[in-house]
Design a protein around this ligand. Structure first.
Ligand SMILES: [Fe+2]
Length: 211
């Protein structure tokens, strides 16, 4: 048990002793203690941060369809929601996304494959885009994110793809290769849909920490 856990344990014990944490039905204090710790452990961890990179550009349009008919590249749908660490949706969230095109190029003059979405009360988003291409400086496919919501810390991060050849079929072992991806959690499984227009899909939910 580390120091932080010890302090939390002491604090919880103190709360129980002072009647600040009480059981609704008769319950031994050890059971109460264990239940509370279990509930705390289940609180969702904030989504890990990642680097901003040099290609962020303010003022992207509020559009959820980033690909145009005839664009090269494999169609990709990204779905997700913005939540707090209790798993509650966060109204008023904004998401900036930007990515390279199929050839690994960012549009630095215009706003292709860039969007800023105001999610309103729904806190959910869908992007219709393409699988980003590879580029030499950061050779794992990725989508950049900048997410904000009232009362919460702004998060800069990136989503990666478990099917990317960069991970050589084993993102669990290879995610840290070349120091590109800082956290395994950012590498998402890819679902493939063949009905209608074939496309890939990832889910990228975002959990923000209170400010
Ligand atoms: Fe990038």
């Amino acid at each position: 048990m580390n120091d932080k856990e010890l302090r939390r344990r002491d604090l919880l014990g103190d709360c129980i002793a002072k009647g600040l944490l009480v059981a609704a039905a008769p319950m031994a204090s050890t059971r109460l203690f264990a239940l509370w710790q279990q509930a705390e452990a289940q609180a969702a961890k904030p989504t890990p941060a990642d680097v901003l990179g040099p290609f962020y550009k303010k003022g992207a349009p509020d559009v959820s369809v980033l690909r145009k008919p005839g664009d090269p590249g494999f169609p990709l749908r990204v779905v997700g929601k913005v939540m707090n660490t209790r798993g509650e949706k966060l109204p008023g969230a904004r998401i900036d996304v930007w990515q390279a095109d199929h050839a690994g190029l960012y549009d630095v003059r215009g706003y292709r494959y860039r969007a800023q979405l105001a999610l309103g009360g729904a806190s959910e988003y869908t992007l219709e885009t393409i699988l980003p291409g590879h580029y030499a400086d950061r050779p794992a496919q990725h989508i950049h994110y900048l997410i904000s919501a009232p009362g919460h810390k702004t998060l800069i991060t990136q989503a990666y793809f478990a099917t990317d050849p960069f991970f050589e079929g084993n993102p669990g072992r290879n995610y840290a290769k070349n120091n590109i991806v800082g956290n395994r959690e950012l590498v998402r499984p890819v679902k493939l849909f063949e009905q209608g227009a074939p496309h890939a899909e990832i889910t990228f939910d975002i959990i923000l920490e209170k400010a």
